[in-house]
Design a protein around this ligand. Structure first.
Ligand SMILES: [Mg+2]
Length: 397
């Protein structure tokens, strides 16, 4: 009898019995707490309602009305009795914003600016041949960091590195079930960590100042929402696990402070007027390196055109590209398109922009036609809620 042949739609390879057994072996290696949870118990078969149970009706509302006003959307949250506070709105925005910018940009990753028709939507494809809404290493690492901050309730660097290794080697928290892209700086740091056990394994040479630690930063300013100083301190440490170069560390320190302000509802004018800080003299007493200072204080990005902006993997380029897109737009979507259409490291520029802009504009006004395309979108809402639970428990002490 002729057996019907099946092919992997992504790689085009013939699916053999050995391949299926290998997939089952890989699946079994992953414990339940390192899998994406189901959105509702309709899918899991459990009798217990899931934390994101409410999202099935929320999805119906937002699919019918993808771009409600902020007030309309807030009113809906109140009607279904789900946390409608502005803080969680900004936490949700920052996390889903990362995945959106990443999924949008992956299509034109590595492309020269101007060499492709400008993107207007999340369409997938790109160097990893992803489906529309699948995201890359940026969001996987951000998700690992969020998961670690939640399960340890603190900034446990070893735990963060353990999760990054699980993603790298077992495909945990990947949109496709595999780690299909990973930066050189990250991989060397993870190898070093596995050899030495020292979580502060990031290369410190100036040439290694890539954007790989900045691209995952959002969970830090959310977790330390109660303290600007802790946000900056732990942003630096979390960078140093994989990226120890001073520019990479200081880009994370500055940007996490900026995100902290955005999460607290500070206006764009105030955020981008020199070095944002809620504490007088903070940056004088805890200075940043010269290149970050120059970029922020001279504000040249405010007068630049797209052709003058580079969006390479060098963290100073990425930081400028993100600030440029944020400054020159007045909605999440227009800025995201400005960011990714710079090409080059488009998914990472998009992911970092998405974290800042998502925090600033909030989830309620992000076009739901993009949100619903995102793979495992409900998990980003869940992480926002779990991070808020920790913040609240600390306030109660
Ligand atoms: Mg990527």
């Amino acid at each position: 009898m002729n057996k019907k042949k099946y092919y992997d739609e992504r790689t085009g390879k013939l699916i053999t019995d050995e391949l299926i057994l290998e997939m089952i072996r890989l699946e079994e290696k992953i414990p339940n707490d390192l899998r994406f949870p189901f959105m509702t118990n309709k899918l899991s078969g459990s009798r217990e309602p899931h934390k994101t149970q409410w999202m099935s009706s929320y999805f119906v509302f937002r699919i019918a009305k993808p771009t409600p006003t902020d007030e309309e959307c807030k009113g809906y949250y109140q009607r279904i009795n789900v946390d409608s506070a502005d803080d969680i709105n900004r936490f949700r925005g920052a996390l889903i914003g990362c995945a959106i910018g990443d999924a949008l940009g992956t299509t034109v990753e590595f492309k020269e600016p101007g060499s492709f028709p400008p993107l207007t939507d999340i369409v997938g494809g790109g160097p990893f041949n992803l489906k529309a809404g699948e995201w890359t290493d940026d969001t996987s690492m951000m998700y690992c960091l969020a998961h670690s901050l939640i399960r340890t309730k603190q900034c446990d660097l070893k735990d963060q590195m353990d999760l990054y290794c699980k993603w790298w080697q077992d495909g945990v928290f990947s949109a496709t079930g595999k780690c299909f892209d990973i930066g050189n700086t990250v991989v060397s740091a993870l190898k070093r960590y596995q050899q030495t056990g020292d979580p502060l394994s990031g290369d410190t040479t100036p040439m290694s100042a890539g954007n790989g630690s900045l691209m995952r930063i959002a969970p830090i300013p959310i977790r330390y929402f109660n303290s600007f100083e802790n946000t900056i301190k732990y942003a630096a440490l979390s960078s140093m696990t994989t990226h120890g170069a001073i520019e990479a560390v200081d880009a994370c320190r500055y940007f996490s402070g900026l995100m902290w302000g955005a999460l607290h509802g500070i206006s764009k004018d105030e955020l981008l007027d020199g070095l944002y800080t809620p504490i007088d003299e903070y940056w004088e007493q805890n200075p940043l390196c010269d290149s970050v200072l120059k970029l922020i204080k001279e504000e040249q990005y405010k007068n630049k055109k797209a052709k003058d902006i580079r969006a390479s993997g060098y963290v100073m380029h990425t930081l400028e590209a993100v600030l440029w897109a944020f400054f020159h737009s007045d909605s999440f979507e227009t800025g995201a398109l400005l960011a990714v259409n710079l090409g080059e490291d488009a998914d990472t520029t998009g992911a970092i922009y998405g974290q800042l802009a998502g925090a600033y504009y909030g989830e309620r006004v992000i076009d739901f036609r993009w949100v619903r395309k995102i793979k495992e979108s409900h998990c980003f809402y869940l992480k926002a809620e779990e991070l808020k639970d920790i913040i609240i428990s600390e306030r109660a002490i």
